[in-house]
Design a protein around this ligand. Structure first.
Ligand code: NAD
Ligand code: GLY
Length: 357
């Protein structure tokens, strides 16, 4: 088992990565310091893995909340369902919440834990590739608003992240590729060698070669842990983790939550950010082609939806957490392996890029 640490002083926590972790009773209970435990999951993941987790929690007072599956349910209403259950079962402040699912469940479970009685402990058990390499690490929690993605939330760190790669066997190809988008992101923003490794090993990853997969997950978590340790609340470098996300969030909101998967929207958004970086004289045409080729190889979309006009798209981008004083700010790439901090981009440049892809 690999163990990484997210180093945040007294809020530091481990990320465990291996096969068979959902069979490890000692590990599953190591970070639970209460008798009351609530497991939050959804109606796709629970039938697959809830019992597997529960069987190890002997002697705990366990309650479960099974939410409907999907990004469209990442709402305040779902959050309230969690609170209803916690209150109806008289959960105390020392209770522990386990989020068992993909990024939607992880973000909502974490936000519920942050809010309930002003904060209870929580553990992330991410079950999608995307959640394992990105959303379960770093403490961004929250829900969507009809007018903007992830607009309601809190920074709230878990006690531990338990990544069992075995659960990926039940993930379909489309969801698997969505996770690859965030893995490619790390190479683009921080590490050209990792980007080259991905170019060479994408076939193995798509075939779910266990060794390649564990390496990619571990390396991604390491990069995320390093960035979060340096800038937990996103006053600087952490913003680079949002490469492609300003465009991507606009696609998710504009097309309706759940239409494009988050990772798919990020893939398109990153291709748009690469095109914009070329227009600003940072990337070459060859770089942009390499980036688009890798996303295509990962079976991800690279072209923005025709249903959104460029003007609508830019309006949607105006609702983003990176914006300052109403100005749209975007992460650009200085080169493959190096992202720049967010900069304000004029409407005309955005429209030119959107009209091009
Ligand atoms: P998701 O949680 O909707 O999961 C994708 C689908 O896979 C769902 O239908 C889910 O039920 C199913 N599923 C989950 N695990 C499975 C398994 N092992 N086998 C079979 N099916 C399984 O989506 P996601 O891609 O995991 O996460 C996307 C969300 O994460 C978005 O809401 C995004 O905003 C958020 N996110 C958050 C952060 C962060 O830092 N907090 C980072 C990136 C993304
Ligand atoms: N996924 C972006 C972040 O955690 O900052």
């Amino acid at each position: 088992m690999k163990t990484l640490t997210v180093a945040l002083d007294d809020r530091s926590y481990p990320i465990y990565i291996s096969e068979h972790l959902l069979n490890n009773s000692e590990l599953l209970t190591r970070h639970i310091q209460s008798k009351q435990v609530v497991i939050v999951s959804n109606d796709v993941v629970a039938p697959l893995y809830l019992q597997k987790v529960k069987q190890h929690l002997i002697g705990y007072d366990i309650t479960q909340v099974i939410l409907p599956d999907g990004e469209q349910y990442k709402t305040l209403e779902s959050l309230n369902t969690i609170f209803d259950t916690l209150l109806a079962n008289k959960f105390s402040r020392n209770a522990t919440l386990i989020a068992l699912g993909g990024g939607v469940i992880g973000d909502m479970g974490g936000f519920a834990a942050a809010c309930y009685q002003r904060g209870i402990a929580f553990i992330q058990i991410p079950t999608t590739l995307l959640a394992q390499v990105d959303s379960s690490v770093g403490g961004k929690t929250g829900v969507n608003h009809p007018l903007g993605k992830n607009m309601i939330g809190a920074f709230y760190q878990p006690q531990a992240v338990i990544i069992d790669v075995d659960v990926l066997t039940t993930l379909d190809e489309r969801q698997f590729s969505a996770g690859l988008a965030e893995i490619i992101k790390y190479g683009l923003i921080r590490d050209v060698d990792f980007f080259c490794w991905l170019e060479d090993n994408m076939g193995k990853l798509l075939a779910r070669d266990q060794e390649a997969l564990i390496y990619a997950i571990e390396y991604s978590c390491k990069m995320k842990a390093d960035v979060v340790a340096e800038d937990e609340h996103e006053s600087g470098i952490r913003a680079t983790l949002n490469l492609g996300h300003t465009f991507g969030h606009a696609i998710e909101t504009g097309m309706g939550y759940g239409c494009y998967l988050h990772g798919e929207a990020v893939a398109i958004g990153t291709c748009l950010a690469a095109d914009l970086s070329k227009r600003k004289g940072l990337l070459t045409e060859v770089d942009v082609t390499r980036i688009i080729t890798l996303f295509k190889h990962a079976k991800l979309p690279v072209v923005s939806p025709t249903e959104l006009s460029s003007a609508q798209f830019v309006d949607l981008m105006a609702v983003d957490k990176k914006n300052v004083d109403g100005n749209i700010r975007v992460i650009l790439l200085e080169s493959i392996g190096k992202a720049a901090l967010p900069i304000a981009i004029d409407r005309l440049s955005l429209i030119q890029t959107l009209d091009n892809l």
